[in-house]
Design a protein around this ligand. Structure first.
Ligand SMILES: [Zn+2]
Length: 430
């Protein structure tokens, strides 16, 4: 049986609504100044390159109250370019006029098109006929982002686009849910489908590290977990408050040979794993990306949140779309049309109806998110699957090894914070 749901996705690019339209103009290219062959000849984009030297994952608190670190160049680059696109009127609405406060807000989304979206396959082949990011206008792209050749951080205001060596780019999301909302699109011209691979996940961690701001987070939605575009991308934005998920207590499960500590969220409405530490950024990245690959290969939809400078990653398998397609979700919750993707699951609720905003309570948010979560039994199965997959890689690839048997038999709880069910703070956007 093919499961699909009627879905009203938010536009992420101004050229998405031109899908299927041919708007050829006289002169060169397709008239949209896009990133396809038609328009890319001779194009320039700023280029930011980072030092790929295998970074140590430093232990550092979420916020250092005593010392304000200097604003990282990448942060000012993202925000400067983002503001520039706002001046140029590229966004569909002014997100800075949307109030954000803890516990009671709401954001109105314009619903521009409706289509049937297939949700029962986490891996689907790339379809060049559907909207993809090569169709965005170059004006929506902020800069190219990649590793440097010389182990230095560099910035080039004008760099040619190397068509043969597909660049990763940072572009605006024209329907931002927060200030500085951007998309990271790995190797954009390679037209990769929405699926995590090691290299792309490491790129996302580098971006979080380079941004140098604990409140700059990247999120990933798999197909079947509310990704709206089947073209590999991460979302990212700045929001200067801790997310509820970041404050949830955790229980340590194990530590990999690479020093990556894996814990389980406890007392949070969505069951999930937390990855942190690791001898190097690559150890951490590989542990997470191999887990994502395991979920994809087993057709389990999931969301991932990269927080704390890329040093802490939340991995959340989910089943909401499946339940929705099977008619198993409470109609009251369905009526809200809230898509529980990575930001909602992290506790930043984007509500779409005025009365949902007015009636927004933590209990309601908890109730919605609880529908997203796998059951305890299924979550245990999925965890076992992931640990087996990671451990299996010990033979094939020595960079990931899992020490089994560290599972705390004494029920030792490692707790970062306390949270009472139904009483946690939810960020809701108005
Ligand atoms: Zn074009």
């Amino acid at each position: 049986m093919m499961l699909s749901i009627k879905k009203v996705p938010t536009l992420v690019s101004n050229h998405q609504k031109e899908e299927g339209e041919e708007s050829r103009l006289n002169g060169g290219g397709c008239g949209r100044n896009c990133l396809n062959k038609c328009c890319i000849q001779g194009a320039n984009l700023p280029l930011y390159t980072f030092n790929r030297m295998n970074k140590k994952v430093q232990e550092k608190g979420l916020v250092d109250d005593e010392k304000e670190p200097p604003v990282a160049f990448l942060e000012s680059l993202i925000l400067g370019e983002w503001e520039d696109r706002m001046q140029k009127g590229l966004f569909r609405y002014d997100v800075t006029a949307c109030e954000t406060k803890v516990s009671s807000l709401f954001l109105t989304f314009l619903v521009l098109f409706i289509h049937w979206f297939r949700v029962d396959k986490v891996l689907q082949p790339f379809d060049g006929n559907k909207f993809n990011f090569t169709k965005v206008g170059q004006e929506e792209v902020l800069f190219q982002f990649g590793a440097s050749e010389d182990d230095e951080t560099n910035f080039f205001p004008f760099a040619p686009i190397d068509v043969d060596d597909s660049p990763s780019v940072v572009a605006i999301n024209v329907s931002p849910i927060e200030y500085g909302h951007v998309l990271l699109i790995p190797r954009i011209l390679d037209c990769l489908p929405q699926r995590i691979d090691r290299e792309s996940f490491l790129l996302a961690l580098h971006m979080a590290a380079e941004a140098g701001n604990p409140y700059f987070r990247l999120g990933y939605n798999s197909l079947g977990a509310f990704a709206t575009i089947n073209h590999l991308h991460f979302q990212a934005y700045f929001l200067a408050v801790p997310f509820p998920i970041e404050k949830a207590p955790t229980r340590r499960i194990t530590t990999t040979d690479g020093g990556v500590k894996i814990s389980e969220l406890s007392n949070y409405p969505v069951r999930g794993l937390v990855f942190e530490g690791g001898n190097t950024l690559i150890d951490l990245s590989n542990a997470v990306s191999e887990s994502c690959i395991c979920l994809q290969d087993n057709n389990i939809p999931y969301n991932a949140l990269i927080s704390d400078y890329g040093k802490r990653i939340f991995l959340l398998p989910q089943c909401y779309a499946e339940k929705q397609a099977l008619g198993e979700v409470n109609p009251e919750l369905l009526d809200t049309q809230v898509n529980p993707a990575v930001w909602e699951i992290s506790g930043h609720m984007v509500l779409k109806r005025k009365h949902d905003y007015e009636e927004a309570t933590e209990e309601n948010a908890w109730r919605l998110l609880a529908e997203v979560s796998l059951s305890e039994g299924r979550f245990q199965e999925v965890m076992a699957m992931i640990f087996e997959a990671i451990a299996c890689n010990v033979d094939a690839n020595e960079s990931i090894a899992l020490s089994i048997g560290e599972k705390a038999a004494d029920g030792n709880q490692e707790t970062n914070a306390t949270m009472i069910p139904g009483k946690q703070e939810c960020l809701v956007q108005y």
